[in-house]
Design a protein around this ligand. Sequence first.
Ligand SMILES: Cc1cc2nc3c(=O)[nH]c(=O)nc-3n(C[C@H](O)[C@H](O)[C@H](O)COP(=O)(O)OP(=O)(O)OC[C@H]3O[C@@H](n4cnc5c(N)ncnc54)[C@H](O)[C@@H]3O)c2cc1C
Length: 365
Amino acid sequence: MSRNTEVFVIGGGPAGLSAAHVAAKLGATTLLVDDSARVGGQLIKQTHRFFGSSNRDAGIRGITIADKLQQDVKEVSDRLTVLENTAAVGFYHNKEAGILSQKAYERVTYQTAIVCTGATENSLTFENNDLPGIYGAGGVQTLMNVHGIKPGQKILMIGSGNIGLIVSYQLIQAGVEVVGLVEGMPTIGGYLVHASKIRRLGVPIYTSHTILKALGTEGVEGAILSRVDEKFQPVPNTELEIKCDCICLAVGLTPLIDLFQQAQCRMVHVGELGGLVPLHDSSMRTTNPEIFVAGDASGIEEATTAILAGRIAGARAYEATHGKSAQAEAIVAEAREELRTLRSGSTGERIRWGRERVLKEVGEC
Ligand SMILES: Cc1cc2nc3c(=O)[nH]c(=O)nc-3n(C[C@H](O)[C@H](O)[C@H](O)COP(=O)(O)OP(=O)(O)OC[C@H]3O[C@@H](n4cnc5c(N)ncnc54)[C@H](O)[C@@H]3O)c2cc1C
């Protein structure tokens, strides 16, 4: 079986949904595939009110933003086909890709592809880190907020970035005891407003600490923590035993890049963006001219910026097949301006450096 489309979008998170919506609305026949049962990406598990720009959904719950994006794509369903439970499994020569669902393997031919595959969760190396009861924060959110299942009764959170702080708060709301939050750095990584909330609820925060070992044989029964020095090395005789039945790792995300490597896009390592990312220009076009990128796959950031980058990629992918368009140009200009505002100030500094490095590599900066 085979399908033919002008724009082929891989991943139905905020970046992919926005890219597909813009490309189809401008007039391109578009196919979007997502390997999960419901499009929306990370947003479908995010029950908290979003931080970010007030123009771009701040104060709205992630799940509500997902509903809104799903509604947008329904409006252009005459030109946009959405396949859920369908994974893109490979890029081949001559603008061909393979997609796999439970029913069939199919070949897709396309003019341009936009890869919006998001990110994978990082793990940590410590003794017994493969015991049942050790989860990534995204896994915990999926269990709780999508399936209504508590991961445990007493949980230890590792990592105090916004994800660790928000998921801790959601665990407490779900009736799980958060027995502590561990952070290797001397200060909390996420916004202090989130940290204050969980501190007020009595959760001890162990900064300059790490986990040395998970305790238990059949499953998690506790953990050994230790203080760390300025080089993040455990300080002898500072070990501390904590009782818990679950350990949650919120220690960052890494862009999901396998498909770019298959498509022979040039990759670059940018620490500020979470690791290896495909080199791309300000139109989100990679070094393979048929392949665009948007969202966390281009560097770990936020849903708001993923939506805007998706809009740019969707507009440029449309133009790649249909030629220059004033409407597409206006979408790109507006999204670039919003991105500039969102990334300004001290909180956007790291991302700005990372993004500038990528643009320098392609000679745009
Ligand atoms: C706890 C938490 C809180 C957050 N809070 C905020 C917030 O308040 N404000 C904010 O702006 N951002 C927030 N974010 C960040 C935001 O969720 C992400 O930056 C955003 O979802 C990235 O969008 P994306 O479309 O790039 O990727 P994702 O949302 O990860 O979507 C990628 C999609 O691609 C699919 N996929 C992957 N590979 C394939 C394949 N081969 N074939 C088909 N489909 C594939 C995945 O299943 C997924 O559905 C938060 C994140 C977390 C984890």
